[in-house]
Design a protein around this ligand. Sequence first.
Ligand SMILES: Cc1cc2nc3c(=O)[nH]c(=O)nc-3n(C[C@H](O)[C@H](O)[C@H](O)COP(=O)(O)O)c2cc1C
Length: 189
Amino acid sequence: MILYINSCVRVNSRTDRLARAVLDIMGEYSELYLPDENIKPLSRDVLERRTNLLAAGDTTDTMFRYAHQFANAESIVISAPFWDGSFPSLLKVYIENIYAVGIVSRYDENGNPIGMCRANELVYVTTAGGKFIPDFSYNYIKAIAENCFGIKKTWLIMAEMLDIDGFDGEKILQGTINGLYHSSRIVEP
Ligand SMILES: Cc1cc2nc3c(=O)[nH]c(=O)nc-3n(C[C@H](O)[C@H](O)[C@H](O)COP(=O)(O)O)c2cc1C
């Protein structure tokens, strides 16, 4: 099953629209709509409890449900608008919560992360008001997905310049969606 991690907060989000067009091609999915989840930054108490549980090899606590869901997904699609040169902090908080050593990743004897996730691919879908800059958005997700979680391939699907005067955002978005349908498989732009 595909896990769709939706971090789009805005009503009528264009990023979500683009992601659903991608998902239409990919197949059946189950959605995790982050704004509706009670996901919080790790507090002192939660972190201490989590550290103790992981040290004891106990990953049955409900706090690890998102990590298990992520680790077991066959494919992953993340939608995240381009915010402040990156993505919504909600997505970072989600990553902080799922990145449990012993569930999504472990370390080898040299301190290198070894991925423990089942997914072969992760598709990152984004839209940007101006020019999209991947440095602290897609490139970060790609780095942890491939280097830490063991996900073999990461794709970027992106529409940019949607809010710039003189550019027709709706036309750009629709063009990107049409481009997906013209392709028999998802290709990196
Ligand atoms: C809080 C916030 C921060 C943003 N930061 C940037 C930015 O750094 N660069 C940029 O090009 N667009 C930025 N934008 C514009 C969005 O990337 C653009 O409108 C995007 O298409 C929104 O996607 P959505 O329709 O899925 O919400 C920002 C928008 C918001 C609301």
